[in-house]
Design a protein around this ligand. Structure first.
Ligand code: HAS
Ligand code: CU
Length: 584
């Protein structure tokens, strides 16, 4: 390989590596700052279900439960996840490949999403836009809300070209070789998101922004909801796939073992790319205007989207078992207890995985159309998503922060014990909360309802039969407050903490039969860590087939259109016109 060619393809020097680290830190700090505000509000909602109405004491900061819920959902579900993901899924591939990312695009991504965040914060805190995280029309917020959301969505579409460009440059230098695994998974995630964002992106640009600016008078709610859920399902995978990248790409190494199958990881990501898109309307099983035939087809498709996660459960379960046995674990359970539980990063991820078994099982229940009808719009649904995005994703991102802040800043983790306490408290708090939410949902308690505002006797009469589960909800919320405090003491304390003697490397895992390192080496003194996972290119026909990400994206685009044209056509040919509502 010619060194001149390698040099000409923009390789990182010590200086560029330092600016990449600074950028990554900016994404991490912005994302986790959003979570800090969002998570601080969460327990108020839990107390609401426990019959305690804290909102009157919070004026003028928060006027209503719905305002708090909107801030909570928007900051946690969009701002926290988008910032961490748009940082991580550029930084990890760049380090894995040893190539510099396109910094201009990456900075633009940060800038657009940061301005969008500020606009959203303004619109939400001035109580003009309590439209909840789904911003369903005809609920109508201020133009700042929709413009801010548009900037966040379009900003998040810049990492896909950055990752594809990194991959293309690496492939030009290593012709015929398979994309290293972490880069492969990042590229698949970003391609999925590129197609996924088309729905909400067009809802914002075509419907909501012009409407909120007064350029149009009315809006079609059903088209809005359908476009929203075009994105709303892929978005849950935009939350989950980065966590899977950490589980597949880092955790086996952190746990002391190896990833047992690189091709299964690729298969998972390829299937998630293809299956995530066409199923969005499973969030609309009870919506009118969508034919029951389509609802039946959607139920079948939704069960397919669980398949890659089942593959993940077995592949990662075996990888963890391998690590546990290498560490001396024996018997049925011994390998599990032998895992390095003293590492906050490992503990956070394994606890996240355990919780996700229940979150995923709940998802399969919801995917079944008839069963969904029993719990739709009840507290069961937030119960489900707090043990998916609220635990699997959030705890995995916390686990990343535990090694990444020391890696980026050269500072020591403030306290391993407090970090461990924060993840155990999060795990216990979310489990208790989710148990209460699922249970009260089965008893018919509605989601998104300011139940604590009712006179106490009415609250008791209506929700008295759900007293025990609703108390669990409130207790879970309070435990989560302690978890959040512990986590942020560690987070901020580490940012300001003592300097480390030796740099902390990125814990890239290795797969069986994999290579040690994929990074392009030009003899520059860069701070790259030898690492990376990939099957030997000639050993896995499956991995070779899956290398055609362009073809997989095309298949996804065609199947998405095949699913959405029949759903949208009757809506577009029978338009309804609704005026905006402001009911808060
Ligand atoms: Fe969901 C509603 C169906 C996964 C998030 N979902 C929501 C909402 C959110 C959300 C936010 O079909 C509510 C939106 C709103 O506000 O209205 N969901 C599914 C299905 C899956 C699923 C089929 N959801 C997720 C994930 C989310 C998420 C992931 C976020 C990150 N969901 C639905 C449906 C609705 C819905 C309906 C609409 C409901 C309604 O009525 O409104 C599947 O993808 C799940 C597959 C997952 C698995 C689990 C695999 C387990 C793993 C861990 C392994 C553990 C190990 C440890 C290895 C099959 C990978 C080993 C150790 C040992 C000791 C064993
Ligand atoms: Cu979904």
């Amino acid at each position: 390989m010619s060194t001149i060619l390698e040099r000409s393809l923009a390789l990182p020097t010590v200086k560029t590596a330092a600016s990449e680290r600074r950028m990554m830190l900016a994404f991490l700090v912005w994302g986790f700052s959003a979570l800090m505000i969002g998570a601080a509000i969460g327990p108020l909602q839990a107390l609401n279900y426990g019959g305690i109405n804290a909102y009157p004491y919070l004026r003028p900061l928060l006027q209503t439960y719905y305002q708090g819920l909107t801030i909570h959902g928007v900051l946690n579900a969009y701002i926290f996840t988008f910032f961490v993901t748009c940082g991580l899924l550029v930084y990890l591939p760049a380090r894995e490949l040893g190539l510099a990312p396109n910094m201009t695009l990456w900075r633009l991504c940060f800038g657009m999403m940061a301005v969008g965040t500020l606009m959203l914060l303004y619109a939400m805190f001035d109580n003009s836009s309590s439209v909840l995280w789904t911003f369903y029309p005809p609920l109508k917020g201020s133009a700042f809300f929709y413009l801010g959301m548009t900037l966040v969505v379009f900003g998040s579409l810049l990492p896909p070209p950055i990752v594809l460009d990194l991959r293309a440059r690496w492939k030009a230098l290593r012709p015929g070789e398979l994309t290293p695994l972490v880069t492969y998974m990042s590229a698949a995630t970003m391609l999925m998101w590129l197609l996924g964002a088309v729905g909400a992106g067009s809802e914002l640009v075509v419907q909501l922004v012009p409407w909120s600016l007064g350029l149009t008078n009315t809006v079609d709610p059903m088209i809005g909801r359908t476009l929203f859920w075009w994105t709303g399902h892929p978005i849950v995978y935009f939350w989950l796939m980065p966590a899977y990248i950490s589980w597949y790409g880092l955790l086996s190494k952190q746990a002391g073992g190896k990833l047992v199958s690189d091709p299964m990881a690729r298969l998972t990501f390829a299937l998630l790319l293809v299956f995530s898109l066409p199923v969005g309307s499973h969030h609309q099983y009870v919506d009118p205007g969508i034919s029951p035939i389509w609802k039946g087809i959607l139920a079948a498709l939704t069960l397919s989207v669980a398949l890659p996660s089942l593959i993940t459960a077995f592949t990662l379960g075996l990888s963890l078992e391998y690590a546990g046995r290498l560490r001396g674990g024996r018997g049925w359970i011994g390998w599990f207890t032998a895992l390095p539980w003293r590492s906050p990063s490992v503990a956070a991820q394994v606890l996240a995985m355990l919780t996700f078994i229940f979150g995923g099982a709940g998802g399969i229940v919801l995917g079944s159309w008839q069963l969904d009808n029993i719990v739709h719009n009840t507290t069961w649904i937030p119960g489900h998503f707090h043990i998916t995005v609220g635990t699997a994703t959030a705890m995995t991102f916390m686990s990343v922060a535990f090694w990444m802040i020391p890696h980026l800043t050269g500072r020591k983790l403030l306290s391993t014990r407090l970090a461990l306490a924060s993840v155990w408290l999060w795990f216990v708090g979310m489990s208790v909360f989710a148990l209460g939410m699922h249970w009260s949902g089965l008893l018919g308690v509605p989601r998104r309802a300011w139940v604590s505002q009712l006179p106490h006797s009415v609250y008791e009469r209506v929700y008295g039969s759900a007293h025990l589960p609703l108390t669990l909800v409130a207790i879970g919320g309070i435990i989560l407050w302690f978890a959040t405090i512990a986590f942020y003491i560690v987070f901020v304390g580490t940012l300001l903490g003592r300097r480390l003697a030796a740099p902390v490397p990125i814990p890239f895992a290795q797969a069986f039969g994999g290579k040690e390192n994929h990074a392009i080496d030009v003899g520059e003194p860069v701070d790259r860590e030898p690492a990376g996972v990939s099957a030997h290119p000639h050993l896995s026909p499956l991995a070779k087939v899956l290398e055609h990400l362009g073809l997989l994206t095309l298949i996804t685009a065609v199947s998405t259109l095949a699913a959405y044209i029949p759903i949208l056509w009757p809506l577009v040919t029978n338009m309804t016109a609704a005026h905006g509502w402001k009911i808060w």
